[in-house]
Design a protein around this ligand. Structure first.
Ligand SMILES: [Zn+2]
Ligand SMILES: [Zn+2]
Length: 159
């Protein structure tokens, strides 16, 4: 577990936007929702959430808000994804791979999968797999049994 006051720094793809987080995240895991898959153009998205006041973004960013409670922030120069602001919950998601690199000091410790019902990939890692969100984040708290296999989800759609 991170030290209470430890800070970790990262940047976007081109380096123009600096990301600084302070202290340990409130939660970290993988998201399988359609919005994340569209925005990152990736089958699974790794996330970590901090209180909004613990995340600092420096540089020329732009926010792509699709709803009042979510604004995805990217670098205006390279388009690299850096954060997801959730103003109604006063939290900010930072993509842990933003903090990756030779000087990375942040240790990503995924605890669960969210929106697993929407997945395009099965993951067999033993972590809890929530249909939507854990109850502490306003979800149903229901989980899905994981498949024996990791890999692209076939045409089966049953939970
Ligand atoms: Zn950039
Ligand atoms: Zn998502």
């Amino acid at each position: 577990m991170d030290h209470e006051n430890a800070t970790h720094q990262g940047s976007c793809y081109c380096g123009a936007v600096k990301v600084t987080v302070s202290g340990p995240p409130l939660a970290a895991g993988y998201c399988h929702c359609l919005e994340c898959r569209k925005w990152h153009s990736a089958p699974i998205n790794a996330f970590a959430i901090w209180p909004a006041g613990k995340v600092t973004l420096e540089g020329d960013t732009m926010a792509s808000a699709v709803s009042e409670d979510s604004a995805r922030v990217s670098c205006r120069q390279c388009g690299g994804c850096v954060a997801n602001r959730k103003p109604t919950m006063d939290i900010t998601g930072v993509y842990p791979m933003t903090l990756a690199g030779p000087a990375n000091t942040f240790h990503f410790e995924p605890a669960f999968h969210i929106f697993y019902e929407e997945r395009v990939m099965n993951v067999n890692d033993g972590l809890p797999k929530y249909v939507d969100l854990p109850e502490m984040f306003g979800g149903s708290g229901r989980t899905v049994h994981e498949s024996q296999n990791t890999g692209w989800r076939s045409t089966e759609r049953a939970g």
